[in-house]
Write a protein that binds this ligand. Structure first.
Ligand code: CDP
Length: 253
């Protein structure tokens, strides 16, 4: 069998050429990185969990009319996605203060924000993904004003959907990051949610106990990361309810 062509390898995923033009295969690795890859480890089963969770969120978004790149899950670690032109910005939505917002503004972690706040960071590992203002984005041509308006609207719809999903299972969506891509349909372009939505790119706290169920478990050495993600998947019904410990990749497909 011909080997697939690897197009890109990132910190947590690999992109391969897809079976048809305009498609790609997205492979979820077990690698975990934090602090711009200064901290690294391999967390057995993380890729399997993130593949399933991203499928769950992207499918849910499609059902409420939010366009995404997700086409179908192929196997445990791979999904078929639409190929997009990634906008070089990370879009962060925050409901409660945490992480860099807390550091920047001296806000105690967990402070409820007056309303959801959308931030943009430039996707550039060498610069540590710096926060940028709309002025920079327009002036340097990373996106147009129309793109920005569409990105904010998409991000807030994702926030409403994700907050609701999480609230229903006793989890507070503190903040998250999404990436957005451009697709062309004839002469028209539109923006769709791309990359992944998983506990790697969200802050998720148990509503009752405040227990962290996201990548901060790894960043801050708070316990077993795969156990935390398994807990999220189990509560959402993505895994059988009796799966209380990290799933071995061979157990689910
Ligand atoms: O997470 P960190 O403290 O580095 O930065 P943040 O600006 O507080 O992150 C806000 C949210 O975006 C968190 O849920 C992060 O997990 C997520 N994020 C991400 O997924 N990838 C990045 N490169 C930066 C932030």
């Amino acid at each position: 069998m011909a080997r697939r062509k690897k197009l890109y390898e990132g910190k947590a995923k690999i992109l391969y050429e897809g079976p048809e033009p305009g498609t790609l295969v997205q492979y979820f690795k077990d690698d975990a990185t934090a602090f711009n890859a200064q901290k690294k480890d391999v967390i057995e089963g993380k890729g399997v969990l993130n593949n399933r969770l991203s499928e769950f969120f992207m499918n849910g978004l499609s059902q409420i009319g939010v366009p995404t790149h997700f086409l179908k899950r192929i196997n445990m670690r791979e999904q078929l996605i639409r190929s997009v032109e990634i906008i070089p910005l990370e879009v962060i939505v925050r409901n409660y203060a945490a992480g860099t917002l807390s550091e920047r503004l001296g806000l105690e972690e967990g402070t409820l924000l007056p309303r959801p706040i959308v931030e943009f960071c430039l996707k550039d590992d060498n610069l540590g993904d710096p926060l940028v203002a709309e002025e920079h984005i327009i002036a340097f041509g990373w996106a147009t004003q129309q793109d920005l308006d569409d990105m904010v609207a998409l991000a807030l719809r994702v926030n409403d959907f994700m907050s609701g999903c999480m609230l229903a299972v006793g989890i507070r969506l503190v903040d998250f990051k999404i990436e957005i891509g451009r697709v062309w349909e004839g002469d028209f372009q539109r923006l769709i949610v791309a990359d992944e939505i998983s506990p790697d790119s969200c802050r998720l706290w148990d509503i009752e106990t405040g227990k962290k169920l996201d990548k901060d478990v790894f960043r801050r050495d708070l316990g077993n990361l795969a156990d935390a993600y398994t807990e999220v998947a189990r509560r959402l019904g993505v895994l059988p309810t009796n799966a209380t410990h990290a799933v071995k990749p061979t157990l689910i497909n």
